[in-house]
Design a protein around this ligand. Structure first.
Ligand SMILES: NC(=O)c1ccc[n+]([C@@H]2O[C@H](COP(=O)([O-])OP(=O)(O)OC[C@H]3O[C@@H](n4cnc5c(N)ncnc54)[C@H](O)[C@@H]3O)[C@@H](O)[C@H]2O)c1
Ligand SMILES: O=C(O)C(=O)C[C@@H](O)[C@H](O)[C@H](O)COP(=O)(O)O
Ligand SMILES: [Zn+2]
Length: 352
């Protein structure tokens, strides 16, 4: 088992990565939490596969467990769903001494995390990451949020967990499409990180390759993300790099009305923004093709007609890197060399 420590001003916690960790969830949680009530949040798909055993493992470790199951999919990242969870926790008598444990992918993690951040102004939180997106990205760093119908992650909090558990064996039941979606974020991290990791994603040519290398991909991704988060927890500087591809990506995701997953939209977003920065000489010639090859090799989309439409411009205004009409776009000059390029929103039509 690998342990990656995250040390922040407010708190320190560990990310544990290893096959078979699933069987020890209760034991690991009991190392960081005293006996308490736990709201065990998962979605319908994950609950069918794993809720019973995780519930039992927590009970065996002495916890009093309340199962909270939400519908699967992005639509559960809503204020209504969060209100429902809060209501059930209040009805069950949860106090500030209790906790929330997210068992699921990025949707469950973001939703349960924001619920934990808000309930009685904050109760303890743990993430057990079951999708590739969650294992390589969303469970790390404390971004939690829900959406409004037309805006991604518009209401949320930076709220760090007490522990993150990553067991690659969970991925055995994840569909190929959901696995590949998560791989979009892996390619993002590899181009930000540097030549070693980028060379590794260069060798991934199939879904099977992702499955076989999942643990190594997670370790590389988490190490890099943890380092960035430790340096800039609240995204005032270099954490913005982790948003590479997301200005276009979030707009495309929303405009697709559920037909594209987050990682698929980010895949398109990375390629299309990189093409534009390559055209103006900021991105090294040929890098966009190298990124696109990695994504296309596993079937990720790399192009969309939605970019540049009037609605697209309406959505990019909502990017959290928009500071008073100036949009901080993430460009990658070369592998391992991300930079922020500030653009006035008024100039975006010409740029796109
Ligand atoms: N907080 C962050 O830093 C961060 C980072 C990246 C993405 N995100 C967010 O994460 C979300 C996407 O995450 P996701 O890709 O995990 O989506 P998801 O949580 O919807 O999971 C994808 C699908 O896989 C299923 N699933 C999850 N684990 C499974 C398993 N082990 N076996 C079988 N099925 C399983 C889920 O039920 C769902 O149907 C988006 O909302 C995105 O905005 C957040
Ligand atoms: O952790 C971060 O920081 C990220 O930006 C990771 C992204 O992959 C993730 O999709 C994040 O939720 C996007 O955040 P937002 O601030 O653009 O809503
Ligand atoms: Zn993302």
């Amino acid at each position: 088992m690998k342990t990656i420590p995250v040390q922040l001003k407010s708190k320190d916690y560990d990310i544990l990565i290893g096959r078979g960790l699933r069987a020890q969830i209760g034991t690991e949680v009991a190392k960081v939490w005293s006996k308490r009530k736990i709201a065990l949040v998962s979605d319908k798909n994950v609950a069918e596969l794993y809720l019973k055993e995780v519930h039992q493992s927590l009970e065996d470790a002495g916890f009093d467990v309340l199962d909270l199951v939400v519908p699967a999919g992005e639509s559960s990242k809503s204020l209504a769903q969060m209100g429902d969870l809060v209501q059930q926790m209040a009805d069950a008598g949860f106090t500030r001494a209790d906790g929330v444990l997210a068992l699921g992918g990025g949707v469950v993690g973001d939703l349960a995390g924001f619920t934990a951040a808000s309930y009685m102004r904050g109760i303890a939180f743990i993430q057990v990451a079951t999708s590739l997106t969650a294992q390589v990205d969303s469970s790390v760093g404390g971004k939690t949020a829900v959406n409004l119908k037309e805006v991604k992650n518009i209401i949320g909090a930076f709220y760090q967990p007490d522990l993150v558990l990553v067991d690659p064996d969970f991925l055995d039941t994840l569909s190929d499409r959901d696995l590949v979606e998560g791989y979009g974020e892996v390619v993002k991290t590899s181009v930000l990180h540097g030549q070693d990791f980028f060379a590794l994603t260069g060798k991934i040519k199939s879904v099977q390759d992702i499955r076989e290398q999942a643990e190594e991909l997670s370790i590389h991704s988490i190490r890099y993300k943890a380092k960035i988060v430790m340096a800039d927890e609240k995204e005032s500087g270099q954490r913005q790099f982790l948003n590479f591809g997301h200005t276009f990506g979030h707009a495309i995701e929303l405009l697709s009305h559920g037909s594209l997953r987050h990682g698929e939209a980010v895949s398109i977003g990375m390629v299309m923004i990189s093409q534009r920065f390559e055209a103006v000489g900021i991105t090294e010639k040929g890098l966009t093709d190298e990124i696109a090859q990695r994504l296309a090799a596993v079937g990720l989309p790399i192009d969309s007609d939605l970019v540049g439409t009037p609605l697209f411009f309406k959505h990019i205004v909502n990017d959290k890197k928009n500071r008073g009409g100036i949009l901080n776009l993430v460009a990658v000059k070369n592998v391992g060399e991300p930079v922020i390029v500030a653009k006035a929103l008024d100039d975006m039509h010409d740029f796109v």
